[in-house]
Structures are given as structure tokens and as C-alpha cells.
Write a protein that binds this ligand. Sequence first.
Ligand code: SAM
Length: 273
Amino acid sequence: MTLDNRWAGGPDGSGPEPTDLRIDIPHPARIYDYWLGGKDNYPADRAAAESAIAAAADIPQAARENRAFLRRAVRLCSEAGIRQFIDIGSGLPTRGNVHEIAQATDPGARVVYIDNDPIVLAHGRALLADNRSTTVLTGDLRDIEGILAGEALRGLIDPSEPVAVLMLAVLHFVSDEAARSAVERVTEWAAPGSHLLLSHSTAEGNPKRAAEVVRTWDNTDSGIRIRGRAEVESFFTGWDLLEPGVTFVPLWRPERPDQGSTRWMYAGVGRKP
Ligand SMILES: C[S@@+](CC[C@H](N)C(=O)[O-])C[C@H]1O[C@@H](n2cnc3c(N)ncnc32)[C@H](O)[C@@H]1O
């Protein structure tokens, strides 16, 4: 597939809209893609990704462990009977995407991917061309109202039924106010029985190395805001936090003893009573 600098679509699913793809500025989606061994990244992204690795060599492992958490948590939602998923800050398609896990349980499970990087839209649309239950949209967490009101989202997601809302490794790219209001709006909007899936960067597991890693995000368009366990727990206000609560990512319901060892991110899942 060829990408040009103007490929994106709005949250209403209205199709391509002109937008600038700034490949000269490192972007979280492409940095993360590089850590996961993907090919959808540019020199500026690779340079930023490598400087984080120079500060902490276990960062790519943390990214893989975060994907493993996603798989475990989506499976839990499927087993709980959830059949609709919204993945905000979904990232570039990789192995074990939400729709692959959810649709393994129920081929009719509906999934909406949302990301603010237009490259995600382009690659997602190519991957999902034949999948009528899944769509990918451009949207920004800082405009949660626009996301939830979008026509394309409303075409697939029924807010009167339980839904799983994923915000994995994305809240740390927005301000305290934006993060809080996005989560609060979802809390108010989601039906009882819905699940909220979060993972979030922290310094608490690596107090000595964290400042250097955070500095490597200074050249990106978003920067990064690490938060502590208490702040991550507070995002679950209005949700029943499922066992084992907010833990370092590999410690969240590990399926094997070798599930991982990094301490760069917290994870948790809440169920709306
Ligand atoms: C580190 S990746 C995480 C991808 C996936 N959620 C995961 O955990 O594997 C963060 C993603 O959030 C997206 N992102 C960053 N800021 C965002 C925002 N304000 N609104 C929507 N997406 C955003 C990035 O483009 C990137 O794809």
C-alpha cells in the first residue's frame, strides 16, 4: 500500500479528509511499532525509539508485555459476554489485535479502533477491508465527545449494551484534565456491565531510570506524563476494580509464570456496576 500525506477519515466515518502526516516528528504509534518489530515507522520515529532503548533496554519488552495484557484482558471481556469493543489509541495493527481475539470467541463481535495518527487509519482500513464488524477511525482522546457521538461508531456500538473500552498506553499522552474528562465521560456513557481496560506508564517501578526515559519523549508532539498507582486507580472511580486491582502489567492475571518482568506500566480492568 502506498501512503501519501493526506490520508485520514473523521470520527463520523466520512472517508478521506486532507491532513498532514508529519513524518519528521516522532509519533507514539510509530515509535511503539518499532519497539514491537513493525515496519511502519520513519527515521525520526526510529531515532526516538532507539534513544528510549539506550536509556532503558527493557522498553521493547514492556511494549510486548503490554500487548500480552491486552490479549488477556480482551479474552476476559469476551468470556464475560461482551460483544462490542472500542479501542482508543489502538496503535498500528500488530499481532493479536482486539478484533482477532474478540472474534475468535464470537465472529460477530464488533470492534471500533480509534487513533489520532492517520497512518493507523490507512493500515487499519487495508487490514479490515473484508471485516464488516470492525472499523478504524481517526479520533482524538481529547475530544471524547466527538468520538462517542461519531456516526460510524454509533453504527457499530450500541451504548445501551455493555461495551469494553480500552485505553491502553494512551492516557499518558494527554494532560491530567484531558485524561480525567475522557475517562469520566466514558464512565457516564457506558452501560452497566461494561468494562474499562487501562494501562499506563509509571516511574514507580524504575525510579532511577524513569527521568531519562521521559526525556526521550521531549521531541515528540505529545511528550509523556507518567503517573503513579494512586492516580491510575483513581481513573476507575465509578467502576468495580477487578482482581488483582492495578498492578504492574505482567502481574495482571499472568497465564504463565514467565509472563514478564518489566515495571514500566500499570494495568487494570474495571467493571461498571
Ligand atoms: C503506545 S501506543 C499503544 C497502542 C495500543 N493501545 C497498545 O497498548 O498496544 C499509543 C497509541 O495512542 C495513540 N495516541 C496518542 N495520543 C492520542 C490521542 N490524543 N488520541 C488518540 N490516540 C492517541 C498513538 O497514535 C498510538 O497509536
